[in-house]
Design a protein around this ligand. Structure first.
Ligand SMILES: Cc1ncc(COP(=O)(O)O)c(C=O)c1O
Length: 407
């Protein structure tokens, strides 16, 4: 297996006296040198407030920002750069969508459909819209493999549905949603579809046109870019009719004492000084992913996930949730150790330099549906290795002894 770790300085460090084994990429990915260098170079050479100054540096900052938008447009196969709105993260993208689209185009008696797999950021904003507008929030439920069955799509998306907002990949179970079927059914009843790509775009190609989605949201920090930069993609026709979400500087055309007119897309949705360094970072991350190639990322992660699932399955007191094989899923594995609280597990393996997540993973309705309070979660990215999996499993095997249960 090719070793990608060397591009990531943080993966060369030690934690608690052990080489860092980072298995929390679903929370945030580590950053490769080309991204770190691009952001540092921006701040060393180009930093100024974009869209404002007429002096050389400000013009170059504006160019850097707009070139990054163009990189992201191409990266996700959008038609126009006006369709790429920079936000802080997926959460902000969904709030923008809920408050600008949901609050204005969803009404009493309408239905919003999400799935039980959703992260809170694609759930609470829709609860808010449903409550404010008298709409109903409906859920697509999952089977034992953590997947959304066809019947759920057929039965729950109806003539009353105005919007379907679905996670592409579950951040708890790693399962992949049947986007094609959802889009087909939603469009057949005239509903729009928003896709939460926070856990998919780091791992496989997203082409918004091929997928046929109306909106898509993702965070830079999960795809190797800095924190504080995210994207909302929307079809121009829909974004055009949506009112601004945040208001203030830079999103206006004219301002009068009592009113204002909004700037054209995409500025209409980008109020205030923007994160140009972050935009440069997400563009550098997209280039880096293209250089590695999604086919190599998928191949590496599938092998790692297969190996990890096999190894974890051999430990009798470990329960794995969701799909037990590596086909048609991503490298997010939720599990528990008998008699051990996930927080204890995470602390104990941390002593061995292994970083895993524990808790409800911002998906409380899903955990409740699965009859769980919390799980441990190991999530892989292409920079992980078989050795990382071995060290994880070795450390997990010590947990019950640490807690006084013997083997
Ligand atoms: C599926 C999914 N959606 C949305 C989010 C929210 O991302 P952010 O915290 O970057 O807004 C996450 C983060 O874990 C996620 O996994």
């Amino acid at each position: 297996m090719k070793r990608y770790k060397d591009d990531f300085p943080i993966l060369q460090t030690t934690v608690n006296g052990h080489p860092l084994v980072y298995l929390d990429s679903a929370a945030t990915a580590q950053k490769p040198n080309p991204v770190i260098d691009a952001v540092a170079a921006y701040y060393r050479e180009t930093n100024a407030n974009p869209h404002r100054g007429n002096y050389d540096l400000s013009v170059r900052a504006t160019e850097a920002y707009e070139q990054s938008r163009e990189v992201i447009r191409k990266f996700i196969g959008a038609e126009k750069s006006e369709e790429i709105i920079f936000t802080r993260n997926t959460t902000e993208s969904f709030n923008l969508l809920a408050y600008s689209y949901g609050m204005n185009f969803i009404g009493k008696g309408d239905e919003i459909v999400i799935s039980i797999l959703e992260h809170h950021s694609n759930l609470i904003p829709w609860q808010q819209v449903a409550k404010a507008k008298g709409a109903t929030l409906k859920y697509l439920y999952i089977n034992n493999e953590g997947e959304i069955p066809d019947e759920e799509i057929e039965n729950k998306i109806t003539e009353k549905t105005k919007l379907v907002s679905i996670t592409h990949v579950s951040n708890v179970l790693g399962s992949i949603s049947p986007v094609e079927k959802i889009v087909k059914k939603a469009h057949s009843v005239g509903a729009v579809v928003a896709l939460d790509c926070a856990q998919s775009i780091p791992h496989f190609e997203i082409d918004v046109k091929k997928l046929g989605v109306d909106f898509a949201a993702f965070s830079g920090h999960k795809m190797l870019a800095p924190m504080g930069i995210g994207v909302l993609y929307g079809r121009e026709e829909l974004l055009d009719k949506m009112p601004p979400f945040f208001t203030g500087g830079d999103m206006i055309e004219y301002v009068y004492e009592q009113d204002f007119t909004a700037a054209p897309l995409p500025q209409k949705f980008e109020a205030g000084t923007q994160n140009v360094g972050g935009a440069v970072g997400i563009a550098a991350a997209a280039h880096y992913i293209e250089k590695i190639g999604y086919e190599n990322i998928i191949k590496t992660e599938t092998e790692l996930t297969k190996y990890a699932l096999e190894k974890l399955s051999t430990v009798p007191y470990i329960t794995i949730y969701g799909k037990k094989n590596s086909v048609g899923r991503c490298g997010v594995i939720s599990f528990n150790i008998k008699d051990a609280h996930p927080h204890d597990v995470a602390s104990i393996v941390d002593a061995g330099g292994v970083a895993i997540r524990s808790g409800h993973h911002c998906a409380q309705p899903l955990l409740r549906y699965l009859g769980l309070n919390a799980t441990c979660r190991a999530s892989f990215y292409f920079y992980n290795t078989f050795e990382d999996v071995d060290i994880l499993v070795e450390n997990l095997k010590s947990v019950r002894k640490w807690l006084g249960y013997g083997a």
